[in-house]
Design a protein around this ligand. Structure first.
Ligand code: ATP
Length: 316
């Protein structure tokens, strides 16, 4: 065979082989798509949450837990026969070691899960009697980690109340102490954030989350305080925004800050799915139980900082 023929042969051979390798790739891609499609169908197959018929009353919302138990896996109880009442307009701080069931309580109020037994009532009406949409309209949930979507700051804020006008958004941002920061950006409220855009700090994200809750203006507030350490100026801005947000609402806050537990109307202490102590900061400190132990462990550093700032402050 001449050199020319050999070259022609190898080049033609490559033309023959590449469609076959392409086909193998297509088969791989098809299999990946089928696996993804299966997961999409799983979502479509999730049964619709059962709807109730009661209409929530707007004035004064108390929350009452009656003998609530929940097991995620059918064996171990995450919440065990828990009963407590939160009066309308009160601020209750939930405290307890990791895994005590604090977030689970929020999941139950929002009806992400149904209790295995017992009932939760809002103003004497069991929550399963509300249409889920109406129930969630009553509640603002401020999670520890703020989720930001790709889009502008304005769109991310409007997520709190889709019908909000631009001036409502600015007013909520001012109350959440984030307006000045947004106004300082070249594109202001039109700045792109989220996955593709501007990265925001932990404190800024928290204030966006607070502004969303202010916009939503729901009478019940579930707040999971962020644990991330913030500088003292940001801490003050967030505390001020939270104070405005909690006003005139029934609030349950998973507390990680000293100021929150000290200012709460009542502190509920959870351990291993049980409500083990209830009372004010001073009452619980005097009981010398789990709260006083946690207080010393969890808030000791903060206490020392406060003492350094103001030696006259009274700390038990
Ligand atoms: P932390 O302070 O660490 O957030 P927590 O007090 O909020 O803890 P929960 O998150 O309510 O505790 O968890 C209570 C128990 O339920 C834990 O044992 C946890 O492992 C379990 N649990 C929580 N969520 C789920 C879930 N989706 N599926 C199964 N088990 C879960």
């Amino acid at each position: 065979m001449s050199v020319g023929s050999l070259l022609a042969f190898t080049s033609l051979l490559q033309h023959l082989v590449s469609p076959f390798t392409g086909m193998a790739h297509q088969v791989g891609g098809l299999q990946r798509s089928l696996a993804a499609a299966e997961r999409i169908w799983e979502v479509f197959d999730v049964p619709r949450e059962c709807e109730g018929e009661a209409r929530p009353r707007r004035a004064g919302h108390s929350l009452c837990f009656r003998n609530i138990s929940l097991s995620y896996d059918g064996s171990r109880k995450a919440i065990s026969n828990l009963s407590c009442t939160i009066p309308a307009g009160a601020v209750v701080a939930l405290v307890g070691p990791s895994g005590a069931g604090k977030s689970t309580l929020f999941h139950l109020i929002l009806r992400f899960y149904e209790p295995t037994s017992g009932r939760i009532l809002i103003d004497d009406t069991p929550i399963h009697q509300f249409p889920v949409r109406d129930l969630r309209q009553l509640i603002s949930y401020v999670p520890q980690e703020t989720h930001l979507f790709s889009g502008t700051i304005r769109e991310n804020l409007r997520y709190g109340r889709p019908s909000a006008s631009d001036s409502d958004i600015v007013s909520a941002a001012k109350d959440a102490n984030i307006h000045d920061f947004i106004a300082s950006l070249p594109n202001g409220y039109g700045t792109e954030i989220g996955e593709r855009g501007l990265r925001l700090s932990g404190g800024q994200r928290q204030r966006i989350s607070i502004a969303r809750a202010i916009l939503k203006d729901a009478p019940i507030l579930l707040l999971d305080e962020a644990t991330s350490a913030l500088d003292s100026e940001t801490e003050l801005l967030i505390q001020d925004a939270l104070d405005k947000l909690m006003k005139h609402r029934t609030t349950i806050v998973i507390a990680h800050r000293l100021s929150t537990v000290r200012n709460a109307d009542a502190i509920f202490v959870m351990d291993n799915g049980h409500m083990v102590e209830q009372g004010t900061h001073y009452e619980l400190i005097q009981q010398k139980g789990l709260y006083s132990h946690l207080y010393r462990l969890q808030f000791r550093e903060e206490t020392v900082t406060v003492l350094e700032r103001d030696p006259n402050v009274e700390i038990i």
